[in-house]
Design a protein around this ligand. Structure first.
Ligand SMILES: C[S@@+](CC[C@H](N)C(=O)[O-])C[C@H]1O[C@@H](n2cnc3c(N)ncnc32)[C@H](O)[C@@H]1O
Length: 212
């Protein structure tokens, strides 16, 4: 997917106290960085950060980290955070492939929200629910594994169900239409989700875990 490029995006985001400039040096030290032992939830491909910022406001006793590869996308997230005084959220400008270099066994929940579907078979390994990613997540989950996935892409949804179940995850909840689900699932919308919701498109949802 192509995103608008913002001039000097890296300089802009680097001025934000919410951006952790050298995240690699905090491996195994994220609780120290947050200054508490609260759970840490990580969103991969956080984009403009709407969901993670609103979750940080809603759940002050949980720590949130938004990881995003595209600095231009993070400009909006840092601007949104500009007037906030939240101590439970950090942003990282990095590739999700590096999660195990950035975190030790510190993460409680991983959010995969409207991730790139990578529809071609040749690109399968880039899907955030490919086995190679699931193996990376094993290295950063604290104890039990917990993944929440939201997507508008039926094929990515189906692929993820298969990949997660082959990797022994169990499904605590699956929805083919999150916003019209009989069960009242607690949900904070992402930027992409708001757009799709407005267009009336169904949102596919997976809540999967593996208890160790
Ligand atoms: C479709 S957008 C969704 C953004 C946001 N989660 C939302 O729902 O509004 C996908 C995001 O994933 C980011 N992304 C893609 N590959 C990535 C990677 N390997 N590491 C980190 N972020 C990545 C993109 O730059 C983009 O911001």
């Amino acid at each position: 997917m192509e995103y608008n490029k913002i001039k000097n995006a890296e300089n802009i985001i680097n001025k934000s106290s919410y951006l952790i400039k050298d995240p690699y040096k905090y491996k195994n030290k994220w609780h120290d960085l947050f200054g508490n032992k609260n759970k840490i939830y990580l969103e991969l491909g956080t984009g403009r950060g709407d969901m993670i910022i609103n979750m940080a406001k809603k759940y002050p006793n949980i720590n949130f980290v938004g990881l995003e590869i595209n600095s231009s996308q993070l400009v909006m997230a840092t601007e949104r955070l500009g007037n906030e005084h939240l101590t439970n959220i950090k942003l990282i400008n990095a590739d999700a492939k590096d999660v195990d270099k950035i975190f030790g066994k510190e993460i409680n929940t991983i959010y995969l929200t409207f991730s790139e579907p990578w529809p071609k078979k040749i690109d399968e390994k880039n899907r955030f629910t490919h086995e190679s990613y699931l193996k990376l997540y094993d290295k950063i989950f604290k104890k039990d594994k917990h993944i929440i996935l939201k997507t508008d892409n039926k094929k990515l949804f189906a692929y993820s169900l298969e990949s997660l179940s082959q990797y022994w995850y169990v499904f605590d909840h699956i929805s083919l239409d999150l916003h019209n689900d009989e069960e009242n699932i607690s949900n904070v919308m992402t930027d992409f989700e708001k757009q799709y919701y407005k267009e009336g498109r169904p949102i596919y949802y997976i809540d999967a875990s593996f208890k160790n």
